[in-house]
Ligand binder design. Structure first.
Ligand SMILES: *Cc1c(COP(=O)(O)O)cnc(C)c1O
Length: 295
């Protein structure tokens, strides 16, 4: 089977008073539309991993994540779509939620593990699947050189010039991919990463480790809203207003923080008038279901 999805990720302009007043041209690349479940950057990160598994004749994907992991769900759906078995090793005690329900619905087997053993993923893999010569290890979040390569292809799809490109960062693999794509095409757009975790300064080390060649970029560490999965009333208010004004769904874990950063920087006159800014909508909308009580 040829492992590929037809990429549908159009660029849409965002119009509002703030951007008009600052003379900014702001767009979003709709990676959330690539697939309803294998959404956005998660498909880009998985594509070459699945091809590698196929090349090695391995038909069982084994990966890792928290109970709300978009990566687990994307892997479950991609496995089902392309004929693999899948196991998800989940951090923490057994729970049920919408994400894990969707993983199971796609046929993924789930193994819950305590936080201590979760630290050593290779050991977990060996313990459970050391004897399974069909098992293929995929790291948490899909982080790998294959993921970086897959994400770099986003830049191949750009047909216009942008001065700035914004993206939310968790592991930094998507950021590394986009930055290396910009380098490959010798584009001078400035990449801006918005870490969604607290103390996001470490993101620079993560990205630099994954980059094939050194490059410069910006990281904005002040938009974590208390840490991974944490929100504030202000962030929730922003997400509500954004969705109601644009008709584009975003969520508070990743894309909400990234768009908030972009709007906040625009309000603070961070960008030169006339700038063209592209925000990557990395998907992850199933995460909204885990946050209903926050709205
Ligand atoms: C996983 C995820 C990210 C972060 O991607 P990394 O490559 O881990 O930095 C960003 N946005 C969404 C919606 C995600 O699900």
């Amino acid at each position: 089977m040829n492992i590929d999805l037809e990429i549908f990720s159009p660029v849409h302009q965002l119009n509002n008073k703030l951007f008009d007043e600052r003379d900014l041209f702001v767009y979003t690349k709709r990676d959330d539309l690539i697939h309803p479940i294998i959404s956005g950057n998660k498909w880009r990160k998985l594509k070459y991993l699945l091809k590698e598994a196929q090349r090695q004749h391995k038909n069982h994907l084994v990966t890792f994540g928290g109970a709300y992991s978009n990566h687990l769900l994307a892997t479950a759906a991609a496995a089902a779509r392309f004929g693999f078995k899948a196991t998800g090793i989940v951090r923490g005690e057994e729970v049920n939620n919408d994400t894990l329900f969707m993983c199971r619905l796609h046929g993924m087997k789930l193994i819950f593990t305590d936080r201590e053993s979760y630290r050593d993923k290779q050991m977990l893999f060996n313990n459970y699947f050391g004897d399974d010569d069909q098992a293929f290890f995929i790291d948490e979040g899909g982080t790998s050189p294959e993921a970086v390569k897959g994400c770099s292809e986003l830049v191949d799809e750009l047909s216009e010039h942008y001065d700035h490109i914004f993206c939310a960062c968790g592991t930094g693999a998507t950021a590394a991919g986009i930055i290396s794509g910009l380098t490959n095409h010798q584009l001078n757009a400035v990449f801006h990463g918005v870490p969604v975790l607290k103390n996001g300064g470490f993101m620079v080390d993560e990205i630099d480790k994954l980059l094939p060649a050194p490059a410069s970029y910006q990281i904005h560490t002040d938009y974590h809203f208390g840490g991974y999965g944490k929100t504030t009333d202000e962030l929730i208010g922003f997400v509500k207003q954004f969705v109601a004004e644009t008709g584009i769904l975003i969520e508070p874990v990743y894309t909400g923080k990234m768009f908030y950063a972009l709007y906040d920087l625009a309000a603070k006159n961070y960008f030169k008038p006339g700038s063209r800014i592209l925000a990557i909508h990395t998907g992850g909308l199933w995460g909204l279901l885990g946050m209903k009580d926050k709205f």
